[in-house]
Design a binder for this molecule. Structure first.
Ligand SMILES: Cc1ncc(COP(=O)(O)O)c(C=O)c1O
Length: 394
């Protein structure tokens, strides 16, 4: 191996170790659920995206087991060769129906769906207008496209309005936003985004990874939450969070968009198809998400309860309506110190600091699930109460 490259990498790693420290993956044992096994302990899990608690649902798991028995593990081929099974088409139809789109196409993750989307649809005559806090996969997907790109400050729709006017001569203008932003749990201002897209005759693309199954009366996502069903042009989302917690992603929208992606999305064409058992599990999860609105009601009640409890303890918790609850602990290592104290108390959360969030905006991100019991939430709140003792200025 080339010595210069290895030397450079070692130097960069040493710098990183000395400054931000190296990221180390936490090794979890056992199944995903409202508690997680870590280092021989059971921790209350406030750190994952299993919003509806379907990761441990017996029907979802039973369906996956039967599919595994009947169809085997993987397909060892892409969708465009011999990797397509009937279950992929059934799942695509179910996704389209859930989000109210004409059609949908699966990818092996939402990251892949977002990577393939813009390059497949756009050319140099087009321009993408992207919220500054969009997910990394949207940022990378937009970079891969040959279209122009402009980033507007997070949620600054006046700036977006100006950019749309500035690029009135483009062949197509695509507005791209997360439906729910994952660091703060704040929702995109969809009513105004729809109005701007329609007034400027632009295309609205929403990544609803944290909203599909979670928001709206039937779990259709952010648009349904705002009473705007049918007004988002193209929707991307994941099957790895609320919808069964397996893995997979999708793009849903008009048939011509979906068919173009089947022809041109490189991460659709040049990778193995989603494992059939994962597709079967997601199909079961979508059915449950639609048939059991009480899961969303419990999720909202759990999130509201914990949000209130954390505020009562004196933590800064911005207003919100999503089960992502940011607990602001600005400056220095306050967020990391509280996260470490919570871990000692048997509660798993992660502290977010620069560069994931801007310096001075450090926080702990709490994520609630419908599967958390009142006892687990009370345990978490009590631990947050005791963890305040590590904050020297509180
Ligand atoms: C907004 C958003 N988009 C896309 C993704 C990627 O989803 P997947 O895990 O299916 O690749 C995530 C997951 O972190 C996300 O939060």
């Amino acid at each position: 191996m080339n010595a210069a490259l290895l030397d450079r990498l070692r130097t960069e790693l040493d710098d990183r170790r000395a400054t931000t420290g190296l990221r180390r993956d936490l090794v979890v044992s056992g199944a995903q659920g409202p508690t997680l096994g870590v280092d021989g302990e059971r921790l209350v899990n406030l750190a994952s995206n299993d919003y509806l608690g379907l990761a441990g649902d017996p029907e979802v798991l039973g369906t996956a087991r039967r599919a595994l028995r009947d169809m085997g593990l993987g397909v060892t081929a892409g969708r465009v060769l011999c990797g397509t099974r009937a279950i992929h088409g059934e799942l695509e139809a179910a996704v389209a129906e859930l989000v109210g789109a004409e059609d949908a196409v699966l990818h092996t993750s939402c990251f892949d769906a977002n990577l393939g989307l813009f390059d497949a649809l756009l050319g140099p005559q087009d321009v993408v207008l992207s919220d500054a806090l969009n997910h990394a996969s949207l940022i990378d997907g937009i970079r891969l496209a040959r279209a122009g790109r402009r980033v507007f400050a997070h949620a600054d729709l006046d700036e977006l309005d100006r950019l749309l006017a500035e690029h009135a001569g483009a062949r197509h203008r695509l507005i791209v936003t997360d439906g729910v932003f994952s660091m703060d749990g704040d929702l995109a201002a969809l009513p105004r985004l729809c109005e701007l897209a329609e007034r400027h005759d632009a295309v609205l693309v929403v990544d609803d990874s944290h909203a599909t199954g979670v928001l709206g009366a039937t779990g259709a996502g952010t648009a349904e939450h705002f009473g705007l069903a049918g007004r988002v042009d193209v929707l991307t989302g994941t099957l790895g969070k609320a919808l069964g917690a397996g893995s997979g992603g999708f793009v849903a929208g008009p048939r011509a968009v979906v068919e173009t992606l089947r022809q041109r999305s490189r991460p659709y064409i040049f990778t193995n198809a989603m494992a059939p058992a994962l597709a079967a599990a997601a199909l079961a999860a979508i059915r449950i998400a639609r048939e059991r609105p009480e899961l969303r009601e419990r999720l909202t009640a759990n999130a509201d309860w914990l949000r209130g409890a954390l505020r009562d303890l004196g933590y800064e918790v911005p207003p919100g309506e999503h089960p992502i609850i940011p607990v602001m602990l600005r400056g220095g290592t306050r967020a990391a110190d509280v996260a470490a104290a919570l871990r000692r108390e048997g509660v798993l959360v992660f502290a977010l600091s620069h560069p994931v969030v801007p310096a001075g905006e450090e926080r702990i991100r709490v994520q609630v699930s419908a599967s958390h019991t009142p006892g687990q939430l009370e345990q978490a709140a009590a631990a947050f109460g005791r963890a305040r003792s590590v904050l020297v200025d509180s």
